[in-house]
Design a protein around this ligand. Structure first.
Ligand code: NDP
Length: 482
């Protein structure tokens, strides 16, 4: 059994009430450990530790803070194998992804913000003619809350924690209850890197208890949350009367728009990835594929063929392209969407069935699934499925596809495949999304603003946007005599 403990004030602690939750291995369906079922009291302890650490941490020199974060980054890389295995065991994702993407990116999150903070400067505004000088300080907020989801566990956990710490805050954080293991291991790494006690505190438990206790805590002044849109709305409602600063990165239903003049081979390969990477459990996956009519039939045939080559299997096998979905509940949810396809004339072109993996018969495996739909208004095109399921539909014109791409409550990202520059300019301007990729997908530069519009969220992460979120601007106006 591999048990998880809370990490509070630099120490690993059991939950105050001694209540525990089973942790499942999605690739085998077996319980492999327990995690704390923390409540308000654990959050209060974490807050107290963070509060006590704040005055000292916020006054460390940038150099010192930066060095500690760089050390954390290096230790994540030094422990890459252990962390990657833990991520795959907890989440079901292929080990190749954990090793090559998730864990290296967690390290980059720390090294990026360790450097970014040294370049994050205050602004000054001379009020010419009024004999006054304004300068804007950017001060850390105090104790902040970070709540992250299960799909990219350490990757998204550190994407919040690194800028929060770099900016001089102390943190009370909660990973998803479904995937707590790598966050648990991070505590040990932080101690080894010399992060002072109490600067980072990790409390494990359920969203509606532990997560809610963080949001509800009157002195945790900012909440950075990534997760579902419904949960985001609940958090916003709870936090609003306390006037907390909120960053909400929520769901997506992203269009992947393919024109006949695209670089076909590159588009096809990337579309397989943008549809099914991480079993389709990435908020940026292009789950609605729109293809221009002249190449629609060819694309349909080639896409089905390419997807049929993907290997679904034990995530610890290095040649598995798809591993297991994260939990039984999630598998059931995704399956129910597939089953609903026939209700509105959707045709399953490939997949749709669970997969029996030898020696892992109780794991949560599902075929990558392609469904041809007749209308963008159907449930499969309007609701976030967050699994290995994409829909495809043909279109005739730019105007038609723009209308369909935007006709959804979400607005996280969009992908556009075309070689036509004028069309690129017209379309990117009008697509309702926080991020648009042209002839690529998830090519990330950590300096860029990351986030969505409409029901996909509020605020932006990444680069200086994250450092702005985790600091309060204070303007100082000094009048002087000439
Ligand atoms: P959830 O919204 O269910 O949970 C996210 C986190 O919030 C978890 O740690 C969860 O805890 C916690 N939580 C749940 N309820 C509450 C509450 N009432 N108060 C405070 N915290 C709470 O999302 P999932 O974990 O299911 O993640 C999938 C979702 O995340 C998808 O919709 C996906 O699109 C979105 N996402 C968005 C991204 C973006 O950048 N926009 C990136 C990645 C994912 P617990 O797990 O214990 O319930």
């Amino acid at each position: 059994m591999k048990n998880v403990l809370n990490y509070i004030n630099g120490e690993y602690l059991p939950p105050v009430a001694d209540r525990w939750i089973d942790n499942y291995n999605p690739s085998s369906g077996e319980v492999y450990g327990q995690i704390p079922d923390s409540d308000k009291e654990d959050v209060a302890l974490a807050y107290q530790a963070a509060k006590e650490a704040f005055s000292s941490w916020s006054n460390t020199t940038l150099e010192e803070r930066s060095q500690i974060l760089l050390k954390i980054s290096q230790l994540i890389l030094d422990n890459l194998d252990e962390l990657a295995k833990a991520e795959t065991l907890d989440n079901g994702k292929p080990i190749s992804l954990s090793k090559n993407v998730d864990i290296p990116r967690a390290a980059s999150n720390f090294s990026f913000f360790a450097k970014a903070i040294t370049q994050f400067a205050s602004e000054a505004h001379e009020s010419v003619g009024l004999q006054a000088m304004n300068y804007t300080m950017r001060q850390p907020i105090g104790v902040v809350g970070c709540i992250s989801p299960w799909n990219l566990p350490l990757y998204l956990f550190t994407w919040k924690i690194a800028p929060a710490l770099a900016a001089g805050n102390c943190v009370v954080a909660k990973p998803s209850e479904v995937t707590p293991m790598t966050a648990y291991l991070l505590g040990k790494i932080c101690n080894e890197a010399g992060l002072p006690k109490g600067v980072l505190n990790i409390v494990n438990g359920l969203g509606h208890t532990t997560g809610q206790a963080i949001v509800d805590h009157p002195n945790i002044k900012a909440i950075s949350f990534t997760g579902g849109t419904k949960t985001g709305a609940q958090i916003a409602k709870l936090a609003a009367p306390m006037f907390k600063k909120l960053s909400l990165e929520l769901g997506g239903k992203n269009p992947n728009i393919i024109f006949s003049d695209c670089n076909y081979e590159e588009m096809l390969q990337t579309t397989v990835r943008s549809s099914f990477a991480n079993q389709g459990q990435i908020c940026l996956c292009g789950s609605r594929i729109f293809v221009e009519k002249p190449i629609y039939e060819k694309f349909k045939k080639d896409f089905v063929e390419a997807v049929s080559m993907l290997k679904i299997g034990n995530p610890f096998n290095t040649d598995s392209d798809l591993g297991a979905l994260v939990s039984k509940e999630h598998l059931e949810k995704v399956k129910s969407y597939i089953e609903s396809a026939k209700d509105f004339g959707g045709e399953i072109l490939f997949g749709g069935k669970t997969v029996n993996v030898a020696n892992h018969e109780n794991g949560y495996y599902l075929q990558p699934t392609i469904i041809e739909v007749k209308s963008n208004q159907c449930k499969l095109n309007q609701e976030e499925i967050f699994g290995p399921v994409v829909t495809i539909m043909p279109f005739d014109s730019e105007e038609e596809v723009l209308e369909m791409a935007n006709d959804v409550s979400y607005g996280l990202s969009a992908t556009l495949w075309t070689q036509n520059l004028d069309r690129t300019m017209r379309m990117t301007k009008r697509l309702q999304a926080g991020i648009v990729w042209v002839n690529t997908w998830v090519l990330r530069d950590l300096r860029t603003p990351f986030g969505g519009v409409k029901s996909s969220g509020v605020g932006r992460e990444g680069g200086f946007e994250a450092l702005r979120f985790f600091t309060e601007p204070k303007n100082i106006c000094i009048k002087y005599q000439e």
